[in-house]
Structure formats: structure tokens, C-alpha cells
Design a protein around this ligand. Structure first.
Ligand code: DAH
Length: 345
């Protein structure tokens, strides 16, 4: 019996040493140390032994068991370690591989222009104001001195939702809304960028939806020369110090007098070319002194307060500044077009 136990010990240790996987090792553990294993079997036969032999044999059986268990345990640690090493080798990262480039987007050219104009006016003490795109006829027209049936309404073909509600045709209603909010007290200095809508057929220079930036200054003793100076600073900052401006008389129902501002054509230096239609000048915006009726309707005393306003189209400014020939490029999202503005973010 003693010999049989020694044999089993040697056999189990040998097999454990040769085990190639954790599964194999576990099978060996079950086979030798399990309840149905040969050692248990041997111990079952102990009943036939004498009282002196029994404790000796019991102690030996425990020794054998312990020796096998120790060996299996050591082998298990070894196999587990090998498994970890194999996994690490498999998952090695080659830090010398060149990285994959990450695609980065860029600001839309119109966003850039609008932010540039905002910064310029913020630098002159203006605040940025906003208003709704779905607007009341009252703010879009009436409060701007364009009563129902006024012929100048035809200049802005509109998308009406109901008889009293429409998609705003310009950002000028924000003037009326801001003045109303100030309840007849000055001063006001705002610019308002935003989307506007007109029932135009889309072509290279027209879009049914486009952007405008409105400016409004209300205070005491505001003069036409303040408007001219402001617009001149704006034009030179936007288009270059060498540009000239010119104010032409014009008509807008909400300003009196009204003007349009042109800048000298950079392409031809004022001699006349295709860009400026041979005139040497390019129209940039509409402006004027706020009409007394507009001030009064918004709750201002036109004898005490006056002001100036202007409105411009950022698409037109971007087209001139970047040499873009079709307004539809801004809205058709061709990445080849948009990518060209990825510089100096
Ligand atoms: N709202 C005008 C338009 O859409 C532009 C404009 C002209 C705005 C003169 C003004 C202004 O504030 O004073 O054509």
C-alpha cells in the first residue's frame, strides 16, 4: 500500500509537470485528488490494516496528497503567468506606427464673417441683440413706418404664415423690439445678426433664405456724421485701409434721410471692371437716420432722441471679401468649398 501511494505521487507529479494547459492541469487535480481518485481508493482499504499501521498510513497518504497539491499549485501559477505573457505579446502596441490623421472641421465662411463683424462692433461698444425669425407683421413692417398697403412692402416679397404672422424679411424688426424694450429711454447701441426670408427665386445672387446684420444706435444728439464715421471704420477694417466709401441718397421707409453705402472697387482700383459693373464702386449696405415715426411708435420722444441704423448682408460681404461668385455655395454644403476656409482658425 505504501508503495502504491509513492507510485501515485510520482505519477501525478510527473503528469502535472507535463501539463500544457490549465484545463489539463485541472483534469489531473480531479483525477488524483478527487473523491473518485486512486488515493481515496487506497485510503478506503485502510480498514483492513492493523491499529498500528493505520496512523502511519494515514499520515503518509496526507503527505502524498499535500505533495501533489503543492506541485499542481506551482504548475498552475506557472501556466497562468505564461498565459498572461502570451496575451501581452499578442496585444503589443507598436508605438512607432504613424498615427491616423483625425479629420477636423472648420467654421463656415458666413460664421466667420458674422463673428468678425460682431467683434468689430463690440469693440466700438455695441451689444449683440436677437429677435424671432417668425415675426409679427407689426414689427416687420408697421412699427418700421410701413403701414398695411404701403407700396414699399412690395420691395420685400414675404412668406406669410397667417395674415398677421410671417417669416421676417429683414432684421430691422429687432430695432423696433429693442426700442420698445427700453421704454423710451436711451441710449441703445446694438447689432443684430440673423436669418431672414424672402420669396425670391434662387440664383447666383438671390436666395430665399439669407443672413442680415442690423445696426441701431439711439441717443441724444446723434448725427449723420456719426453714422458716416462708424461705417467708414467698418468698411476699412473689413475690406482694407485703402478703401474709400461713398454715401448715395436712397429711400427706406424707416430712415430719413436714407443712404446706401458703396466702397471703392479693389479689383480695378476705381477704373471700372466686371465686379463693379464699370462704376468703380460696390454697394455694401443701406442706412440712415431713424425716422421720427419709428422712434415715436417705439415709445421715444423724437424731439429728445434720435439715432441711426444700418443693414447689411453678410453673404454679399463674404462674396466680395473672398471672391465667391455664387450665393448658393453657402447653403449647398459642398465640403470642397467649405474646406477652403479652414485656414487661420
Ligand atoms: N432692412 C433693409 C433691407 O432689408 C436694410 C436696411 C436699410 C436696414 C437701412 C436699416 C437701414 O436699418 O437703416 O433692405
Amino acid at each position: 500500500m505504501q508503495e502504491r501511494l509513492k507510485e501515485l505521487q510520482a505519477e501525478a507529479i510527473q503528469k502535472a509537470a507535463e501539463a500544457a494547459s490549465l484545463k489539463e492541469l485541472n483534469d489531473i487535480r480531479v483525477a488524483y485528488l478527487g473523491k473518485k481518485g486512486p488515493i481515496t481508493e487506497v485510503l478506503r482499504g485502510m480498514g483492513k490494516l492493523s491499529a498500528e499501521e493505520r496512523p502511519v498510513m494515514g499520515a503518509l497518504a496526507n503527505e502524498v496528497r499535500e505533495a501533489i497539491a503543492v506541485k499542481i499549485e506551482a504548475k498552475q501559477t506557472e501556466l497562468e503567468e505564461a498565459e498572461v505573457q502570451a496575451k501581452l505579446a499578442l496585444e503589443t502596441i507598436d508605438v512607432t506606427l504613424p498615427g491616423r490623421p483625425v479629420k477636423v472641421g472648420n467654421h463656415h465662411p458666413l460664421t466667420k464673417i458674422i463673428e468678425e463683424i460682431e467683434d468689430l462692433f463690440i469693440g466700438m461698444g455695441y451689444e449683440v441683440a436677437e429677435g424671432p425669425e417668425v415675426e409679427q407683421d407689426y414689427y416687420n413692417f408697421e412699427a418700421l413706418n410701413l403701414p398695411k398697403g404701403h407700396p414699399a412692402r412690395d420691395m420685400q416679397d414675404s412668406f406669410y404664415i397667417t395674415e398677421e404672422i410671417l417669416l421676417r424679411t429683414h432684421t430691422s424688426p429687432v430695432q423696433a423690439r429693442t426700442m420698445e424694450k427700453h421704454q423710451g429711454k436711451g441710449p441703445i447701441k446694438i447689432i443684430c445678426p440673423g436669418k431672414v426670408y424672402r420669396r425670391d427665386n434662387d440664383d447666383a445672387t438671390h436666395s430665399h433664405q439669407f443672413m442680415q446684420i442690423e445696426g441701431l444706435v439711439v441717443g441724444e444728439n446723434i448725427r449723420m456724421s456719426d453714422l458716416k464715421g462708424t461705417l467708414e471704420v467698418f468698411a476699412k477694417k473689413m475690406f482694407g485701409e485703402d478703401r474709400e466709401i461713398r454715401l448715395r441718397p436712397s429711400f427706406f421707409p424707416f430712415t430719413e434721410p436714407s443712404v446706401e453705402m458703396d466702397i471703392s472697387c479693389k479689383m480695378c482700383g476705381g477704373h471700372g471692371c466686371n465686379v463693379c459693373k464699370q462704376t468703380g464702386w460696390i454697394e455694401i449696405l443701406g442706412a440712415g437716420m431713424v425716422h421720427p415715426n419709428v422712434l415715436e411708435m417705439a415709445g421715444y420722444d423724437p424731439k429728445k432722441y434720435n439715432g441711426f441704423a444700418f443693414g447689411m448682408g453678410p453673404e454679399r460681404i463674404a462674396m466680395l471679401k473672398y471672391g465667391i461668385d455664387d450665393i448658393r455655395h453657402f447653403y449647398t454644403n459642398d465640403v470642397r468649398f467649405l474646406k477652403q476656409f479652414a485656414i487661420e482658425e
